[in-house]
Each structure stands twice: as structure tokens, then as C-alpha cells.
Design a protein around this ligand. Structure first.
Ligand SMILES: NC(=O)c1ccc[n+]([C@@H]2O[C@H](COP(=O)([O-])OP(=O)(O)OC[C@H]3O[C@@H](n4cnc5c(N)ncnc54)[C@H](O)[C@@H]3O)[C@@H](O)[C@H]2O)c1
Length: 258
């Protein structure tokens, strides 16, 4: 087993001593590892500065999100590298390597929404769950998979009013049972989406069609339905986001688009 030197390890607070496994692991430079490794296990996709280490006799195992990254797709094809994307690995449970990231990202989305609507970065100065006697924020979650369910769970925990839209009748039935009336769970059609967008304080995008760029669910025209101080958070941005970049009557602020 080969691991790279301290510049790689500082970020995860692991010292070279932690990595010393007698007879099994040794430390080398990044360049040495990249030029000699048969299997390269990374956390995130290679950035442009790293395309040079791609070669035909390398197997790369990492998150890739190729549907949203043409330059990386072409670099891998040109180099002839065999690449396996974590987010497309499937077993009987679904997407076992994407799911833990999605659980974190979904919960984080609710945290980020709460922070931004509270006004720290120019938001409208609302509490997600409001106070007694005042209506709570309306949170619209588009895509009720792992990210969407976790975002909804946290938003509900903060006493927000939550609606989840999905396309899968099977998933809608599951969510309906899980949330048991605490969240509204609706089929995502054009009319429902338009109606929900116009009432939302927070929209969290969380759709996925595995292996494909995320569907563009919210059109530019529909973005105009959002309230002036609404917050749009797109967790599916890594897969090509479900909403198109906003072109709004007045420029979006930190509180209106993410
Ligand atoms: N930014 C990050 O750090 C991060 C981390 C994890 C996941 N993600 C992204 O979040 C997204 C969701 O991941 P997930 O694990 O929850 O996926 P998932 O497969 O569990 O859920 C996706 C859901 O979207 C629904 N869906 C698909 N098309 C739809 C549409 N047009 N309208 C409404 N619903 C639709 C599906 O039915 C499914 O329930 C993915 O794009 C993933 O890449 C981002």
C-alpha cells in the first residue's frame, strides 16, 4: 500500500506516524504515487492540474460526476484511464458510496438554509421555524431521495413547514409513510411545482437520475415565481443542477440564489 506525504495528510489531521504500517504501507511523494500506482483511490475528481497523471495503465477510483464535467470526461478518454465513479456504484441497497455523502449534504442543506434565511449574508432575517404565533418558513424540497429526505428531516426538526416533490410514485408512498403527515409529499408536475415555488421561502434541489446529468426541473421562467427574498440551494449542482442559472428581474443576492 502506498500513501502520499504530509501535504495530503494535513487536511485530515493524520500524521505520517499514523500511516506507518510495518511491511504494508510506506510514504512517497505525490508524483511518485501518481506515476507508479496501479490503483489510485481519491476523494474528489481530478482537477485540470491533475489530468497529467492520467495514463492507460491506471485504475482511478473516486467521485467523478462526469455527466456535468466534459473536460474531465475527455481527459479520461484521451488518457485511456479505467475510471470507476463512486457515485455510480450500485448494490441491492442502491448507491452505497453516494448515500453517506447525500446524508451529510441533505442535513447540511437544511443547516445552510437556516443560516442564510436568518440574514447573516443578506437574507430576509427569518427563523426557519419562526416563533410562537408567526408562520414558519416554507421549505420546498425537489427530489425526495436521500438528500431530500435528510434535508426535510432537519428542516422539520427546526419546525419549518416542509413540502417534498418527487417523480417516483414508489418513493412518494415511502416518504408519505415515513413522514406520516408531518411533511406534504406531492407528485412533481408542472402546475404543482409552479404553485409550490411561488409560496416557498427556501427551495432545496436534490434530484438524481443515476449516471445522468440532473434533470433541469426548474426553468428560468419558473425562477421568476420565487419571492424576492427566497433562497435557492441546489445540492445536485455536482451532477448538473436541477435549476438553470437565474436570470431574474434584479440581480440575486446571497440570500436568493446559491
Ligand atoms: N453537493 C454535494 O456535496 C452532494 C453530496 C451528495 C449528493 N449530491 C447530489 O444530490 C443529488 C441527490 O442525491 P441522492 O443521493 O439524494 O439521490 P437519490 O437517488 O437518493 O434521490 C434522487 C431523487 O430525485 C428524484 N427525481 C429524479 N428526477 C426528478 C424530477 N425531475 N423531479 C423530482 N424528483 C426527481 C428521484 O425519484 C429520487 O427520489 C444528486 O445529484 C447527487 O449527486 C450532492
Amino acid at each position: 500500500m502506498t500513501r502520499t506525504r504530509s501535504e495530503d495528510t494535513q487536511g485530515i489531521r493524520v500524521s505520517p506516524d499514523h500511516m506507518r504500517v510495518p511491511g504494508q504501507a510506506h510514504l512517497v511523494s505525490q508524483a511518485e504515487a501518481r506515476n507508479s500506482a496501479e490503483l489510485l483511490v481519491k476523494v474528489k475528481e481530478p482537477v485540470a492540474a491533475e489530468y497529467g497523471f492520467l495514463r492507460p495503465d491506471l485504475v482511478l477510483f473516486t467521485y467523478l460526476h462526469l455527466a456535468a464535467d466534459r473536460p474531465l470526461t475527455e481527459a479520461l478518454l484521451d488518457a485511456g484511464t479505467l475510471a470507476v465513479a463512486y457515485e455510480t456504484v450500485q448494490d441491492e441497497s442502491g448507491l452505497p458510496l453516494l448515500t453517506p455523502m447525500s446524508e451529510i449534504a441533505g442535513r447540511l442543506a437544511a443547516h445552510a438554509a437556516a443560516t442564510h434565511v436568518a440574514g447573516n449574508s443578506g437574507g430576509p432575517g427569518l427563523l426557519l421555524g419562526s416563533t410562537p404565533g408567526v408562520a414558519p418558513c416554507r421549505v420546498l424540497v425537489i427530489g425526495g431521495g436521500v438528500v431530500g429526505a435528510q434535508a426535510a428531516l432537519l428542516a422539520l426538526g427546526m419546525q419549518a413547514e416542509v413540502t417534498i416533490l418527487d417523480m417516483s410514485a414508489r418513493r412518494i408512498r415511502q416518504l408519505d409513510t415515513v413522514f406520516a403527515g408531518r411533511a406534504r409529499v406531492l407528485m412533481s408536475d408542472v402546475a404543482t411545482l409552479a404553485s409550490e415555488l411561488s409560496q416557498a421561502d427556501v427551495v432545496i434541489g436534490a434530484v438524481l437520475v443515476p449516471g445522468r446529468a440532473a434533470s433541469k426541473v426548474v426553468t428560468r421562467e419558473q425562477l421568476r415565481l420565487l419571492r424576492p427574498d427566497a433562497l435557492l440551494l441546489d445540492v445536485a449542482i455536482d451532477q448538473g443542477a436541477p435549476s438553470k442559472p437565474p436570470v431574474l428581474p434584479r440581480p440575486p443576492t446571497g440570500s436568493r440564489a446559491a
